[in-house]
Design a protein around this ligand. Sequence first.
Ligand SMILES: *Cc1c(COP(=O)(O)O)cnc(C)c1O
Length: 411
Amino acid sequence: MQKTVKTSSYQHALYPDQRGRFGDFGGKFVPESLMAALDELETAYEAALKDEAFQAELHDELINYVGRETPLNYVPRFSALLGKEVKLYLKREDLAHTGAHKINNAMGQGLLAKRMGKQRIIAETGAGQHGVATATVCAKLGLHCIIYMGEVDIQRQSLNVFRMKLLGAEVRSVDTGGKTLKDAINEAIRDWVTNVEDTFYLFGTAAGPAPYPRIVRDFQSVIGREARQQIMEKEGRLPDSIYACIGGGSNAIGIFYPFADAPEVKLIGVEAGGTSMEPGHHASSLVAGRPGVLHGAMSYLLQSEDGQILDTQSISAGLDYPGVGPEHSYMKDTGRASYVTANDATALKGLQVLSETEGIIPALESAHALGYVLEQGEQGKIPDGSLLILNLSGRGDKDMGTVAKALNVKL
Ligand SMILES: *Cc1c(COP(=O)(O)O)cnc(C)c1O
């Protein structure tokens, strides 16, 4: 069993360090053959950061193609359910092109691949959302796209598979292990080892080996930078709390990071509580896991006593991952952010209440954060006059089949 030393205090600007670590977490636990590829990626990324032409191109695509900036909406009817004079704002990533935040990162890495002269893009996908975002960006930029997806997920998410194919991507079925996301990542890593020369691995969340957690965080931080400016314009002060759902942690770190240097802003990550907190029935890595190594990095993960990765379960396919990005593990251990869980029923309620009160049907992933806030409000735990922001990571269209089934409605 891995032990970690409690990192004494959260140091915002310093992380990750030169070894790609966030305190005790992160790093590069990969085969020797990938070390050079990760180094090449890191060097190219550093150069792109300083390249004004690259930054201008990214900015232009985010505005004109992705549809940024996304609105920050005050939701008065939903807020009224949370407490006296509580004001909740939603950061509307559901209004970004393709319906979720994932495109921010896919566009950033796609442009980086182009800049590095890599024409062949590989990616993993679970629910298919990252696959769709990657296929979209590859179509736009004229890059060859291969998506690895577990056989079980291909059957569960046939609509997204069809979308990827329409967008010109090749979808490769993975039939190893549990035939889901974890196995698709393993297969994509295997491809990368073999084809490192001409291939860019476009990773979908703020996890994986260094430098991915930082690259994904940086590309998603546009969410928090916009939100910080928008809340200052609308309210003239920073929020008391920020909520976001956590799968691998990219939409959450994207909104948390630009507020992390303001200790008065509470950061709350909401994990998937599934059907129960019994092992195998949820996906709450930070709440119920312990540190270990998965997919190239040290982080909290769901594992058995002898270190076997546990199965996960959640009503939302996008949160169904046994690990989490290392920066969240660091934020947990330093106390900078806190992590909680919301189960399937809570998420379903969050989705229904937001739909009925505000005319916004959220993704089931985001609905975990909505349901959690709603419950806190109902229990009188949100102080009067609180100013809150919740990252609405995506729209619910993709989930209508699942929601209908859960509500015993036949379509
Ligand atoms: C993929 C997805 C998530 C979970 O991924 P993170 O990396 O934790 O953000 C959350 N919401 C939506 C809408 C998604 O598609």
